[in-house]
Design a protein. Structure first.
Length: 157
């Protein structure tokens, strides 16, 4: 099956979007199903992070390894353990002379053992339903933060 691909435009420069969207310690702020993330070392190719996600009433932990980090354009991570492994990438393109960004998310899933039975139907369907809400959260969080910063700067004290 082909990976799930989604695009969203965000009214922020690519550097701002990339820095926020690819920081695993911030995932729980915009990804609805993320409970927590533990980063092992600094953010670099080869670093690993463990994400705890709530799927229904069950918490599922998975570890991913960063396979690509080209600031401010591309981030990719590959699942390395468990019965269900996610491979994800984020690509950020500048728009409007660098004042806006187009963000492309790519998600693919692999299963081992019993996980092979869940990937084609259950996991992909849950991701297709849940991921767009997380992408909207990212957009709202970044754009609203920008407005608050602009309002603070423009407000006399």
């Amino acid at each position: 099956m082909p990976p799930l691909v989604s695009d969203i435009e965000i009214a922020r420069p690519p550097d701002d979007v990339f820095s926020y969207a690819t920081d695993p310690s911030r995932f729980a702020e915009w990804q609805d199903d993320v409970v927590s993330v533990h980063m092992e070392g600094p953010l670099s190719v080869g670093s690993r992070f463990t994400t705890t996600r709530r799927i229904g009433r069950v918490e599922h932990r998975s570890t991913q390894e960063i396979t690509e980090l080209s600031h401010p354009m591309r981030f990719a991570a590959r699942g390395v353990d468990g019965p269900l492994m996610a491979d994800a990438s984020i690509t950020v393109e500048p728009l409007a002379g660098g004042t806006r960004s187009r963000v492309t998310f790519t998600l693919d899933f692999r299963g081992r053992g019993m996980g092979k039975l869940l990937v084609p139907d259950v996991v992909r369907r849950l991701a297709q339903r849940g991921a767009p809400g997380s992408y909207r959260n990212l957009k709202e969080r970044l754009e609203n933060d920008d407005r608050r910063s602009s309002n603070r700067a423009a407000t006399p004290r």
